[in-house]
Each structure stands twice: as C-alpha cells, then as structure tokens.
Design a protein around this ligand. Structure first.
Ligand code: ZN
Length: 302
C-alpha cells in the first residue's frame, strides 16, 4: 500500500511503517471528525482524496481544510464554515428548531432524516442566522453537503427564504454559501416549489436595494444552481468547486460528446461568465469583509 504514496508528501510527514493504521480518507464525515476532534496528534495522517497522498490532519486543520500539498478544498460543515467566516462569538442561529415533515410519506425518508441528523448534528441541510463579518452585520446561510447531500427540501427552502426576508426587513446584506445536490427527490413537487420561493425572496431583498453575495462551494447542482444560487448581486466560487445543473456524466450521455477539461469546475465557470471570481478559501473572509464595507449603508440602513 505504501509504495503507491506520494513520496515527497510522505517524506514531509515522516511516515513510518505502522502509521498507515492512522490514515483515514479526507471526505465527508471522516474528515469532519478529524477537523473537530482536538485529540488528534500531530502525527495523525489523512489521505487527500483529490491528490491521493497523505497529509497531516493538524496541518489540514490549520489550513482551513485546504490540502497543504495539492490545494484541494475539503468539504466543511456549516459549523466549521461559520467559524472561519464570521467574527468570533457573533453568530446567532435562527430557525434551528425547524424539522421536515414527510409530505409524500416517502419510504424510509424519516429514517434517512434521523440518521443525517445524528451524523451531522443539525436538523436540516442549511444553517441560517445573524452574524458579523469584519464588524459588518449580515444575515448568513450555509448549506451542508453532509446532510442528505445538501438537497433542498421544504425546510431548507423555508429557512433560506426566512433568512433572506428577515435580511430585507432588517436592511442587512445576505451572504449565502451553497453546497447542494439539488432538489430533494423524497419531497417531490414540494421540493421544486422551494426554487420559486427562494427566488422570490431574493427579488424582495434585491428591490430593497440590499447587497446579496452567493458563495458557490463544492458541489452546487440542480435546483439550487437553478434558483437563489445564481441570483446574488455578487457570485463567488471556491477554488475547484463543481458547479452546474446536471452532472457531467448525464450531459456526456445526452450530447454524446467529450466534455472540455475542467468542465463545471469553478475556474471554468468563471472563465465562461457564470461567476464573478474564484477564491481560495483563505481569501474568502477578507474579500467578504471588503465587499461588505464597499457596499455599506448608513447606520439606519438607508
Ligand atoms: Zn491534496
């Protein structure tokens, strides 16, 4: 197993025989456990899914979840995202109590929700609330790819809509981090309705003359891309994020042609005019602070 590893990265980490027992893959829940588990020693190693090499869990954590060897941006939970984005102690969560019903009585849906709640610690695939970024008060929403792939069901749509509408009432900017597989199939038409609802809320916020910033993170697809995800005044994307409507496999099968290199990656969509800027994770917070200050309104919000 060890002979296939990236030699340079290994030397850097001083990997010795036996250490491979500590190795885990940097993806989804395993990565999350590592990032939130303060008990990991400096010698703890994780495998970078993108580069297929090993990195120190501690280094990965200190680097905001970005692989120090190849620059791969690992997925963050809303809690981690909020922690690295907003001013310390400034976040107040809204609507955390909202839980989904099962409008279509879809087989096993309840159990799936329950399991996702247990593993993610959240009741739904988005966390919303009020916070400050560089001293500026904003309404923030962060989707969770680790909760049923961040799919937008009734509660996700409702929480996002409420957050945007409340931002309009309070005359505050809104910053939304997307990460979603699209509509939630277990809720059928109720899920699709959330596209119209969130889009309408964005329009209300926009007509109030307020700033909206959407940060597209990996992966953002389907109903989210086709609704509020593309309706911000400013659209940013995290480096390497995959962004689209249908996935590349479906498109390839449909058009029966090979797709260009980097198709649907953030840098590709920036080059084709679908987002304003691709940003490294470390550069996001200062950029958001700068944008919020540039668009700052008076103390009364006027
Ligand atoms: Zn890597």
């Amino acid at each position: 197993m060890l002979k296939d590893l990236n030699r340079e990265a290994l030397e850097k980490m001083r990997l010795v025989k036996g250490d491979d027992k500590k190795i885990k893959q940097v993806s989804g829940q395993v990565k999350r456990t590592l990032l939130t588990d303060g008990t990991l020693s400096d010698g703890g190693l994780v495998m970078c899914k993108a580069g297929k090499h090993y990195v120190s869990a501690r280094q990965l954590q200190e680097n905001l979840g970005v692989c120090p060897v190849c620059g791969y941006h690992t997925h963050l939970s809303p809690r981690e995202r909020i922690a690295i984005t907003v001013d310390e102690g400034s976040f107040t969560e809204w609507d955390a109590h909202l839980t989904t019903g099962d409008p279509l009585q879809f087989p096993a849906y309840h159990a799936m929700i329950q399991k996702a709640t247990e593993t993610s610690g959240s009741r739904e695939a988005v966390t919303t609330g009020l916070a400050r970024i560089d001293g500026e008060e904003v309404v923030i929403g962060v989707m969770d790819n680790g909760f049923l792939l961040g799919t937008m069901g009734t509660v996700v749509g409702e929480k996002i809509t409420r957050a945007i509408e409340e931002a309009a009432v309070r005359k505050r900017p809104i910053v939304l981090f997307t990460a979603s597989g699209g509509a939630r199939m277990q809720e059928g038409i109720f899920s699709l309705m959330q596209m119209a609802k969130t889009s309408a809320a964005m329009e209300v916020h926009h007509r109030a003359g307020l700033l909206s910033i959407v940060v597209l993170t990996d992966p953002t697809y389907g109903g989210v891309t086709a609704s509020f995800g593309m309706l911000g005044d400013i659209t940013l994307a995290e480096c390497g994020a995959r962004i689209g409507f249908a996935g590349p496999r479906v498109i390839r099968q449909t058009i029966k042609e090979d797709l260009p290199e980097g198709f649907q990656e953030a840098e590709f969509i920036e080059a084709h005019g679908f987002c304003d800027r691709t940003v490294q994770r470390a550069g996001l917070r200062p950029l958001l602070g700068r944008l919020l200050r540039l668009h700052k309104r008076g103390a009364d919000g006027q």
